[in-house]
Design a protein around this ligand. Structure first.
Ligand code: DP6
Length: 326
């Protein structure tokens, strides 16, 4: 009997040019393209086993039975794979992250890229990279960018076929670091999926989207030419533009905590002191500081001494999602 099982590992990514808002939310076709870097030291390992005797999908996350909402999202995703493979078996899915849960490190990118790879392989499908990026996108938009190697661009497209991701440069091409300041927050934040649905209510979203091709082009050039100053300027602008949209949507979304803002205001000062670094913030209070390898120790110790910073994680550019021996 063939074993309908496979295991894969994948990294989360940090976006330099952000995805915020969909033109088709069920297919996750974004309103603008985005560019990110995979994070090597952080990973999700997922095993998928399709089992004829199961009467529903099962999901274990970090050793614990997942809640019904999480299982439903996985079932909806596995339904796409079952349709492609032409069978109806339910699956046992076991997934573990090596990074702290609840630390606000976006795990859906790593989760759905690993699930796309392990799930499709377990179902007997041999998908090429482009098709895998399209499949991962259906689970979580940013997961599309965690399939290819290193520095990755998600080409927005306008249909399921032409919305996919490509590697712009390999992980080994540029030794950039992401020093992550994990910031304490007491409120439960609005998740990305819900946030994408609110983006269009901000009067600034149209302007942000219209200017996206210009920012994407600057970011692409910066990555190819290893121009850190160019990357720093466009990355901070893009993050601020996304948060301006978030803060002016209805209802308004404020993700920054006082400590986030303290870091956002410190980074340009550190740069003026001659330490190359640049910030970016996703849909949460943590601040990612991108820098060349030579300034990561300095940044790490400055962050560790700041009020409201719970942990500092040091990461570097990561490779593509890949299958593991079981
Ligand atoms: C702010 O990919 O998490 O991190 O497609 O609903 O799963 P879903 O959203 P998700 O959104 C990511 C938003 C972001 C920016 C980015 O990573 O581009």
């Amino acid at each position: 009997m063939i074993e309908l099982s496979a295991k894969a590992v994948s990294h989360p990514n940090i976006a330099f040019i952000k995805y915020w808002g969909n033109r088709d939310s069920s297919l996750r076709i974004p309103v603008n393209g985005s560019i990110s870097m995979n994070l090597a030291e952080l990973e999700t390992i997922t095993t998928v086993t399709f089992t004829p005797s199961l009467s529903a999908d099962q999901l274990t996350l970090n050793g614990k039975k997942a809640d019904p909402g999480q299982v439903q999202r996985v079932t909806d995703f596995l339904d796409i794979i079952r349709k492609m493979a032409g069978f109806n078996f339910f699956a046992d899915v076991v997934s573990t992250n090596n990074f702290p849960t609840g630390a606000g490190i976006a795990s859906s990118a790593a989760a759905f890229s690993a699930l796309a790879l392990a799930g499709s392989k377990a179902a007997g499908l041999e998908l090429d990279e482009k098709t895998l990026t399209r499949l991962a996108r259906r689970g979580s938009g940013s997961a599309s960018r965690s399939i290819p190697d290193g520095f990755v661009e998600w080409l927005p497209g306008s249909t399921d076929e032409d919305s996919y991701s490509i590697s712009l440069a390999s992980a080994s091409s540029w030794d950039l670091r992401d020093v992550i300041a994990v910031v304490a927050a007491d409120e439960k934040k609005t998740g990305s999926s819900e946030g994408h649905g609110l983006a269009g209510t901000s009067p600034f979203q149209t302007t942000r989207v219209a200017d996206a091709p210009r920012r994407l082009s600057i970011c692409r050039e910066a990555i190819i030419s290893h121009d850190f100053d160019k990357l720093a300027a466009v990355m901070e602008l893009d993050s601020d533009m996304m948060h301006a949209v978030m803060m002016t949507s209805t209802p308004a979304l404020f993700y920054w905590e006082p400590a986030s803002l303290r870091i956002i205001k410190s980074v340009p000062m550190w740069r003026n002191q001659g330490i190359p670094c640049a910030y970016t913030v996703d849909a949460g209070p943590n601040v990612h500081i991108l820098c060349p390898a030579s300034s990561k120790d300095d940044i790490s110790s400055r962050l560790s001494n700041m009020d409201g910073v719970v942990t500092v994680l040091e990461t570097s550019a990561g490779g593509p999602a890949r299958l593991l021996e079981k």
